[in-house]
Design a protein around this ligand. Structure first.
Ligand code: S3P
Length: 433
């Protein structure tokens, strides 16, 4: 599997109706929060992907029984955790390690959280600082995983988060469930609010005015029954593909339209994208709907400020849209991209340069003058799912046949990416080289 690659050929006319796999953020939370609840939590539409499987394996290692009815349907028998026999391995999952760290700080036993070499490079000070302020006994060498956590009594704090991060916010709130007194988190921007929505649905005493979130511990969480909506971050690859591939007209159904996640829709619309969004209902306390996308002549735009956190995972694919757009696209305030699975600004600029793209990197973003004609190339995914998939979409509009090495990592968030794209008529195939 390690040598799998995407073979991509120029394509025209993506057509059809499809769905995308379950939301990654909600799927991580469903297994972790379900594991903490007293009783049986039912989850349908769960994302069975590299990152979320690591979270599932971790709660199982904590003694939680999970019945797997199918890949995407689980019953979680929540309750008290038992000490794990080994380190918990979160593999590549930044969300997995940061959220579970908050939970483990409240346990009466020691644990060690670790992951891949890639995860060991990611910054953990952002959770260590607030958790230590709460009195947690959590340590790390050079502020990187592995994280060692020992039992300690925590106190609620009021924390002004320096970066708008849902992972940091969630780690603090989850630790707050085990602390004495109330915990408050003040966020500098509208980081995704799945934790607040799910904890509230499970009976936690949590309130938010959009900036300050306050949690008061009030006993065990209640189990839930939920269907995970489709991931807008996965949908974004299909959406941009349909926008840039001439003659396309596709519809995605069952997509999560939580407003803390839909920044990409707003920005693409500002670029002139022909997108029709229709809300069809609620799933798991989240708005869900249909998105129709038709090929569009895009124009450059300026992106910065509040919308950045609402589309933080979509910048690699936005780069592809910007290369095809007429005029200048400028992205600012997106320095967080440099500490994702990879430094997504420099990795994407470097790989797209192999396809002939000219992208100016800035410390907190990039500038692209479009439109630019891309040339086929062999490019690297860098074990970063969103990089691999973005480069594959770029290949659809390049001249000639491209190869994206490291297709496996697409499965960290979007299992079946190539198959979904091929179902719409895209010439993307997985091959073993
Ligand atoms: C996530 C939060 C975001 C996002 C990540 C998922 C989450 O990270 O990039 O893919 O589920 O909480 P930050 O919290 O670091 O912004």
């Amino acid at each position: 599997m390690a040598n799998d690659c995407f073979k991509v050929k120029p394509t025209t006319g993506l057509k059809g109706k499809t769905t995308v796999p379950g939301d990654k953020s909600i799927s991580h939370r469903a297994v972790m929060f379900g594991a903490m609840a007293e009783g049986e939590t039912q989850v349908r539409g769960w994302l069975a992907a590299g990152d979320t499987e690591a979270s599932l394996a971790s709660v199982q290692a904590l003694g939680i029984q999970v019945d797997r009815h199918s890949k995407n349907e689980l019953t979680i028998h929540g309750g008290k955790f038992t000490p794990p026999k080994d380190k918990l391995n979160l593999v590549n999952a930044g969300t997995g390690i940061r959220l579970i760290a908050g939970i483990m700080c409240g346990q009466p036993f020691e644990s060690v959280l670790d992951g891949s070499e890639q995860l060991r490079r990611r910054p953990m000070k952002r959770i260590l600082t607030p958790l230590q302020m709460m009195g947690a006994n959590i340590t790390a060498t050079n502020d990187r995983a592995p994280l060692t956590i020992k039992p300690a009594q925590m106190q609620g704090i009021k924390y002004d988060m320096p970066v708008a991060s849902a992972q940091v916010k969630s780690a603090i709130l989850l630790a707050g469930l085990f602390a004495r007194g109330a915990t408050a988190v003040v966020q500098p921007g509208p980081a995704r609010d799945h934790t607040e929505r799910m904890l509230s649905a499970m009976g936690a005493d949590i309130s938010s005015d959009g900036t300050t979130i306050v949690l008061k511990p009030n006993g065990a969480l209640k189990p839930m029954d939920l269907t995970v909506p489709g991931d807008i971050s996965s949908a974004a690859f299909v959406i941009v593909a349909a926008l840039v591939v001439p003659g396309s007209d596709i519809t995605l159904t069952g997509v999560n339209l939580n407003p803390t996640r839909t920044g990409i829709i707003d920005v693409l619309k500002a670029m002139g994208a022909d997108l029709t969004v229709m809300e069809t209902g609620l799933e798991a306390g989240e708005p869900v709907g249909e998105i129709r996308v038709r090929h569009s002549i895009l124009k450059g735009t300026e992106v910065g400020g509040k919308v950045v956190v609402e589309m933080i995972d979509e910048f690699p694919i936005l780069m592809v849209a910007a290369l095809l757009a007429e005029g200048k696209t400028t992205v600012r305030d997106a320095q967080e991209l440099r500490v994702k699975e990879t430094d997504r600004i420099s990795v994407m600029a470097g790989e797209l340069a192999k396809m002939g793209a000219k992208i100016t990197e800035t410390p907190d973003g990039f500038i692209i003058d479009g439109p630019q004609q891309l040339q086929a190339a062999t490019v690297e995914g860098h074990d970063d799912h969103r990089v691999s998939m973005s480069l594959s979409v770029a290949g659809l509009v390049a001249q000639g046949d491209s190869t994206v090495m490291d297709a496996r990592c697409a499965g960290d968030s979007f299992p079946g990416f190539a198959e979904t794209m091929a179902g719409l008529g895209a010439q993307i195939a997985v091959e073993n080289v």
